[in-house]
Design a protein around this ligand. Structure first.
Ligand code: NAI
Length: 302
């Protein structure tokens, strides 16, 4: 059985929806949990302590340990204070789940730059501030697990979600480098790309049977596994919705190699564009570009 005894977890935005389920699951398996939630509306306005308090009460009623924190992830001080709550209460932080989120959807033609800054503040910078504050503790103790909450709106785009989608994609960039930097110190950093019916999604207006399957608690086992000692993966983006799970990754096509000595014309590039873009022949992106460049040059030489 995968358990979290002795581990201290911080879950942001844990007063409702997905974050609440993550917090309840980790606590039920022995983790001590900081339940962070500002308690605002879906668009980020307002604040209310009761969502975080209720989740803490639920955890305690089930025999677990939890403490509430009401700071916003969207400031340097807030991110630091959230992590500090774990240190002050239990002297350590082992697990960080960055889940807090808001929406300010508008088509790009109508997009306000203020909304971009607000959405980036919660999603991208909120993740960064918490991760930055937790990092030194995890590196020093030689153990840490982080899960950032990305979205298909980032990995594939979605009409009206240019601010949200780009902030969500930024987290994947952050994860990619933290996974490399944390590797030797057993600090694993992964992303979850969830799908669940919550107050954020509202009633999607889809088939009732389909929507009934989009239960937030079906996302939490994937998140909990990524937070466990047993998890050896790092730098992975895992999709989770309705009990279906997969992995999203960037690939580069095999492409073509033209002669670097002779030079390349625009027309040569155009003639080869179909093969350059042929996704049926592609390999997963890995750190460092030299290998791929050399591989193509070797092919040309042979
Ligand atoms: P939700 O609206 O039920 O929960 C989000 C929680 O974050 C709320 O309790 C809210 O008070 C809290 N929060 C918002 N701003 C905060 C801040 N500045 N500081 C601290 N807490 C804050 O939404 P849901 O669906 O549970 O979303 C959780 C995460 O999953 C979000 O990051 C969301 O973008 C992401 N996500 C959700 C999907 C879904 O299908 N529900 C799909 C893709 C991503």
């Amino acid at each position: 059985m995968i358990r979290f005894d002795g581990k201290v977890a911080v879950v942001t935005g844990a007063g409702a929806g997905l974050g609440r389920e993550h917090a309840l699951l980790l606590a039920s398996r022995g983790a001590k949990v900081v339940v962070n939630d500002l308690g605002g509306a879906v668009n980020g306005e307002g604040g209310d302590k009761s969502p975080a308090d209720q989740v803490v009460d639920e955890i305690k009623a089930a025999g677990g340990e939890a403490v509430a924190n009401y700071d916003s992830v969207a400031s340097r001080e807030g991110g630091a204070a959230i992590v500090q709550t774990a240190i002050d209460t239990w002297g350590r932080i082992d697990i960080l789940i960055c889940n807090a989120g808001v929406l300010r959807d508008k088509s790009f033609a109508k997009a306000e730059l203020d909304d971009f800054e607000f959405v980036f503040g919660v999603h991208y910078f909120g993740t960064l501030y918490c991760a930055h504050a937790a990092w030194k503790h995890m590196i020093e103790q030689g153990f840490g697990r982080m899960v950032f909450t990305t979205s298909i709106a980032g990995t594939s785009g979605n009409f009206g979600q240019s601010n949200y989608g780009s902030a969500k994609m930024g987290m994947i960039g952050l994860m990619n480098t933290l996974a490399i930097e944390g590797f030797k110190k057993n600090v694993k950093v992964n992303c979850i790309s969830p799908g669940a019916l919550t107050r954020m999604t509202g009633n999607l207006g889809m088939d009732e049977d389909f929507m009934a399957k989009l239960r937030p608690e079906l996302v939490s086992p994937a998140v909990a596994y990524l937070c466990s000692e047993e998890c050896e993966a790092t730098g992975a983006t895992i999709t989770a919705a309705a009990g279906g799970y997969g992995r999203v990754h960037m690939f580069e096509t095999r492409g073509v190699q033209l002669d670097p000595k002779a030079g390349v014309t625009i027309e040569q590039f155009a003639e080869n564009f179909a093969e350059i873009s042929d996704l049926s022949k592609a390999d997963p992106c890995t750190p460092g570009a030299e290998g791929k460049i050399q591989e193509r040059l070797d092919k040309l030489a042979s």
